[in-house]
Design a protein. Structure first.
Length: 106
């Protein structure tokens, strides 16, 4: 199993989620994060006192997939997440050592 984390511009997130859901990937987590992707427009960026640099609001999309599905999922994210810039975001793939359900049983 692999954990895929993608950092995307907010404007592309709904389309990326829809494409993944249409392909059967529904256990997706989304978080609003601040990051340093290149802003699409000049008014998208804001100065961060914490980092003393320009940041934008981004989305972090996470999902766990079987090893043989990594190329399929990352290709869908890369194709759908583009906003016209040379780099429109980043995808990280990490190994998952264990997947355990949280249930009411002991």
């Amino acid at each position: 199993m692999k954990l895929i984390k993608a950092f995307l511009h907010h404007v592309r997130t709904p389309k990326v989620v829809q494409v993944l859901a249409d392909a059967g990937y529904t256990n997706i987590t989304l978080q609003d994060v601040k990051g340093m992707l290149k802003p699409i427009t000049e008014d998208e960026g804001e100065f961060s006192r914490d980092t003393t640099s320009l940041v934008i609001s981004e989305a972090r999309l996470s999902l766990v997939v079987a090893d043989d599905k990594v190329d399929e999922v990352t290709s869908m994210i890369r194709a759908t997440g583009r906003v016209g810039q040379e780099v429109s975001g980043w995808i990280y793939v990490s190994a998952v050592e264990q997947v355990l359900p949280i249930d009411g049983g002991a």
